[in-house]
Design a protein around this ligand. Structure first.
Ligand code: ZN
Length: 173
């Protein structure tokens, strides 16, 4: 067996397998463990800029705590991205409660995610900001593994799955 040489540390065009816990406002909101780490192509913008920046030079097995401000995370919370919609425009069988996430189609038929932030008798207030917009993100990360990217991955600018085709995207190019 010919084992390919692993990259010594995280640099552009290296595929990174990362274990992490994301804490926001003192609450754990997301995580990936070493058995099912996230994988991405460093330097391609697949992950938020503040986290990507902090990874350069890290080696397999290294851990780090990274704090990411909104500007380098999911952006500021934009008040203009909130919208009130007459209740009559929603199907009656959808529960209308604060906190529920909906996919809404705009005039250009693009699907956007929104969160219900207020419900009145006549109106539903939707927030189209990312749920983590305006939040400072606290990551607890460990580099699980590194490998060289394939030529195809470099061409596409993102990582492909190793042993499943979950990430395959033939329609691209
Ligand atoms: Zn691809």
């Amino acid at each position: 067996m010919n084992t390919p040489k692993k990259p010594a540390e995280i640099a552009d065009d290296v595929v990174v397998m990362l274990k992490y816990v994301l804490t926001v406002d003192g609450e754990e909101v997301d995580s990936a463990d070493e058995k099912d780490p996230i994988a991405f192509l460093q330097g391609s913008g697949e992950i938020i800029p503040g986290l990507e920046k902090a990874l350069y030079g890290m080696k397999i097995g290294q851990s780090k705590k990274v704090t990411v401000a909104p500007a380098e995370g999911y952006g500021d919370h934009e008040p203009e991205a909130m919208m009130s919609v007459p209740r009559s425009e929603f199907p009656e069988d959808i529960p209308m409660e604060v906190g529920i996430e909906l996919d809404v189609r705009d005039e250009d038929d693009e699907v956007m995610s929104a969160t219900i932030v207020d419900v009145t008798k006549d109106e539903i207030k939707l927030d189209f900001n990312h749920p983590l917009a305006g939040k400072t993100l606290h990551f607890d990360i460990t580099v699980v593994d590194l490998r060289e990217a394939t030529e195809e991955e470099l061409e596409h600018g993102h990582v492909h799955g190793d042993d499943d085709d979950e990430y395959e995207d033939e329609e691209e190019e």
